[in-house]
Design a protein around this ligand. Structure first.
Ligand code: SF4
Length: 392
């Protein structure tokens, strides 16, 4: 490996990711328990002003670091007006040193974009767009409380291509009430025919405080039988790679070189700065959470105070567990030498009581360089992750 490559690898490791949170939605989806506010258009300008001030402040603290991934998520960032998005992007490039090839992603709801908006987003330097499509069946979208139709999902992708986006993701959901295998097959076929580069295919998680949970508990909706859900999961894991979308994380599939670099930072336990209400920053051994109440966040910034509501110094045993299960989310798994470089210890020795059990159950595979979850392990990953936590 020549010096130039080594230098650029070292530089990439020193680069930071940047997350910007826009906690507003037009309507709460029935399955969602994220922090997001509806009917809040009146405070968008104040929120963006606060956000821009935080961007400027944080930029001043990180003048020596370059940003190679930006992710503008929510919520629904595409609810913001054109001038507010422009303000954010101009402040960002004015206060942070973005690398030339920075991946700049924005989440978009198909019900909030049109040709003109997508052209503007592309012209502002956003080069990756992630549509929360979820399904291409109107009855499922209605059941989920989504604000868009299947046709609007299709149009949004077509318009994004026309606006010059090459790197397009679609989120799809499986295991939905009333969803049958042919729905999922159709949704995947449509996504592929639209030429997206990346597909995130998630199983529905029923969060207890949501409208969906309430409807399920009252017997108004029914989840698919476990066997039907397993069939859908297996269909996705088998078919997407055959269609050219390589599985690189439990729920994420991409064409070659279109893996989401920002999300890979999370799974590789790399540092990032979070900006906005409810955003988290992770800087090596420290995690900071911004105030999650929008009005309080705006007020703190106005008063020149820090928006950070909580700082946690991550104890080493917790950092080891987090590093391990985040790495295990990826198909590549955990590299032993990266682990020992980071923590100064041997992975197999540290987890000598945990690994044999997982290997015997054929959930984990070990090579001489790495450990990764088997297909069965990926399916039951949530239960496995608990095994890596330190004993209380
Ligand atoms: S658009 Fe996304 S963040 Fe907003 S309510 Fe729906 S799922 Fe939640």
């Amino acid at each position: 490996m020549n010096a130039e490559i080594l230098n650029s690898m070292e530089a990439a490791q020193n680069n930071l990711g940047l997350y910007i949170h826009i906690p507003f939605c037009r309507q709460k989806c029935y399955y969602c328990d994220f922090v997001s506010y509806t009917d809040s258009e009146a405070i968008f300008p104040d929120y963006v002003a606060a956000l821009c001030r935080e961007i400027a402040d944080q930029g001043g603290l990180f003048t020596h670091r370059r940003i190679d991934t930006v992710y503008i998520g929510g919520g629904t960032p595409t609810l913001l007006t054109d001038s507010l998005v422009t303000q954010i992007m101009e402040t960002l490039s004015g206060h942070f040193h973005l690398t030339n090839n920075a991946e700049i992603s924005m989440e978009a709801n198909p019900g909030t974009v049109d040709r003109v908006k997508l052209k503007l987003l592309r012209s502002l330097g956003i080069n990756r767009i992630s549509f929360g499509v979820q399904a291409f069946q109107d009855r499922l979208l209605k059941m989920l409380g989504r604000i868009h139709t299947a046709q609007e999902g299709r149009e949004a992708v077509v318009w994004a291509h026309q606006a010059g986006f090459d790197n397009i993701n679609i989120d799809l959901m499986l295991g939905l009430p009333g969803q049958v295998m042919s729905d999922l097959k159709d949704s995947i076929a449509i996504a592929c025919s639209l030429g997206v580069r990346h597909i995130s295919a998630y199983s529905l998680t029923v969060e207890p405080t949501t409208i969906l949970a309430n409807q399920l508990s009252r017997g108004l909706l029914h989840l698919p039988a476990e066997e039907a859900e397993t069939d859908m999961y297996e269909y996705v894991t088998e078919v997407l790679p055959q269609l050219g979308y390589n599985r690189y994380e439990i729920s994420n599939y991409a064409q070659s070189d279109y893996e989401c670099r920002h999300n890979l930072k999370y799974w590789h336990y790399q540092p990032y700065i979070g900006i906005g209400a409810a955003a988290y920053s992770f800087l090596g051994d420290k995690r900071m959470a911004n105030n999650d109440h929008v009005a309080e966040y705006i007020e703190r910034i106005r008063q020149g105070a820090s928006p950070v509501a909580e700082t946690e110094i991550i104890p080493n045993p917790i950092a080891i567990a987090e590093y391990t299960f985040l790495a295990m989310r990826t198909i590549q798994g955990l590299c032993f030498s990266d682990f020992s470089d980071r923590f100064g210890m041997d992975f197999q020795e540290y987890y000598r009581d945990v690994l044999p059990k997982l290997i015997n159950k054929q959930l984990l595979i070990l090579t001489d360089r790495s450990a990764f979850l088997s297909s069965a392990g990926l399916k039951y990953s949530n239960q496995i992750f608990a095994d890596f936590l330190p004993e209380e």
